[in-house]
Design a protein around this ligand. Structure first.
Ligand code: NAD
Ligand code: ZN
Length: 370
């Protein structure tokens, strides 16, 4: 089988990410060594009941593992205190014990919610991530950030809780809507832009294959992305420094998501695509990187039908002042100062905490009017 394993070197909390074409069918064999007894609970969302849940349950049963499922409603709305309470109650009814390991099967919503439930249930049980969206396979399932949203904003409540194993089956991506696939792809491009120019060259040549369902290209893209995330997380598990590089495109992106209501008008990955272009354009404006680099990033994302400018967002025109205000409320603000991930070119991102507000305003005014 076409399979790659990436290790996350976190000492006592180290774990493997197994990426492959068809690994779900072998999940039982991968998961069994992580269980103290042949019993687990699978948490998934209603969209995944027929395909992935059936396949995972079958594979666990073949390995002699009892695995009842808790099926939660799909969607970001369930990543909430109310959703958490229901999930915790269900896990307790399933008699999950302190030494048990539960499984999150789904996208980032299921992964974040289940991971947080695992972090606090009986003061912490183990969990395994089986991500089924491209975004979850390359980003949210790795690194141990778990949590829920509150009425005030996204991911405001949570815990660092590393999974024991991540099993990413690229075959599951076949059923993912094309738009979700493209949104996840933006995070793949992020890894190339922040630290791997050679990977960007590869994506320019092969990105369309990743989106079109070429399994070998998908395994390579997911594994390369995970290798970058694993390296950064191992060096800075709790985001005290370099892990913030993973926020390339996200300060602008979050402001765009907030201004569009965190909904179907603009998906997270789409916001990140626009945000990365803005970060490159801001870097070029500040004389930090060549204009041609920003143009190259824009060209690649646009070639794969991702939005690349604020003007590409459907609906009423956005107000640059509102965007600035959202940026100032970003979690990454420390002492009122915005830290931006800027760049010296493709593969050369760095953190900068003294970006002049006027330059950001000017850029956004231009972007909104474009
Ligand atoms: N923890 C982290 O480090 C981290 C990082 C990035 C994003 N996130 C979080 O991840 C979430 C977004 O994750 P997402 O983009 O995976 O969204 P999601 O979990 O909502 O999944 C998107 C949709 O696709 C469906 N789906 C999932 N897998 C499918 C498949 N194989 N085939 C068909 N449909 C499928 C889901 O049911 C859902 O409707 C956000 O809540 C975000 O905050 C967390
Ligand atoms: Zn992201």
């Amino acid at each position: 089988m076409n399979m790659e394993t990436v290790s996350v070197a976190l000492g006592a909390r180290a774990y493997d990410i197994v990426i492959g074409d068809g690994v779900l069918a072998e999940a039982g064999a991968h998961i069994r060594p992580h269980l103290a007894r042949p019993r687990t609970v699978i948490v998934t969302d209603a969209n995944l009941e027929k395909g992935p849940l059936a396949a995972l349950t079958r594979s666990l049963a073949a390995a002699g593992i009892a695995a009842p499922a808790v099926v939660v409603p799909p969607g970001e709305g369930n990543k909430s205190f109310a959703g958490l309470e229901k999930l915790i109650d269900a896990l307790i009814l399933h008699k999950v014990e302190r030494r048990d390991v539960i499984i999150a099967l789904g996208g980032g919503v299921v992964g974040d919610l289940t991971g947080f439930a695992a972090a606090i249930l009986r003061r912490g049980v183990g969990f395994i991530q089986v991500p089924t969206t491209l975004l979850a396979q390359v980003d949210s399932s790795v690194g141990g950030k778990t949590g829920i949203n509150t009425g005030e904003g996204k991911n405001l409540v949570g815990a660092f809780h590393q999974p024991r194993l991540v099993l990413a089956d690229v075959a599951q991506l076949d059923s993912l809507p094309a738009r979700e696939m493209r949104a996840g792809y933006a995070e793949v491009v992020k890894y190339a832009l922040l630290g791997d120019a050679g990977f960007f060259d590869w994506l320019e040549a092969n990105g369309a294959k990743v989106l079109a369902g070429n399994r070998a290209a998908q395994v390579y893209a997911v594994a390369t992305s995970c290798r970058h995330k694993a390296r950064i997380v191992a060096a800075d598990e709790r985001e005290e420094g370099q892990r913030a590089l993973l926020n390339l495109g996200h300060t602008f992106g979050h402001a765009l998501e907030a201004a569009t209501g965190f909904g179907a008008r603009l998906l997270h990955g789409e916001a990140v695509a626009i945000g990365m272009v803005l970060a490159f354009e801001l870097s070029a404006k500040l004389g930090l990187c060549a204009e041609g680099e920003a143009a190259r990033v824009r060209r690649h994302l646009a070639a794969l039908s991702l939005p690349v400018g604020v003007a590409d967002i459907p609906g009423p025109r956005l107000d640059p002042d509102v965007l600035i205000r959202h940026m100032q409320q970003d979690k990454k603000v420390a002492d009122g100062r915005l830290t931006f991930v800027l760049t010296k070119g493709i593969g050369r991102a760095f953190l900068k905490n003294d970006v002049p507000a006027a330059a950001v305003s000017a850029l956004l005014e231009g972007a909104v009017a474009a």
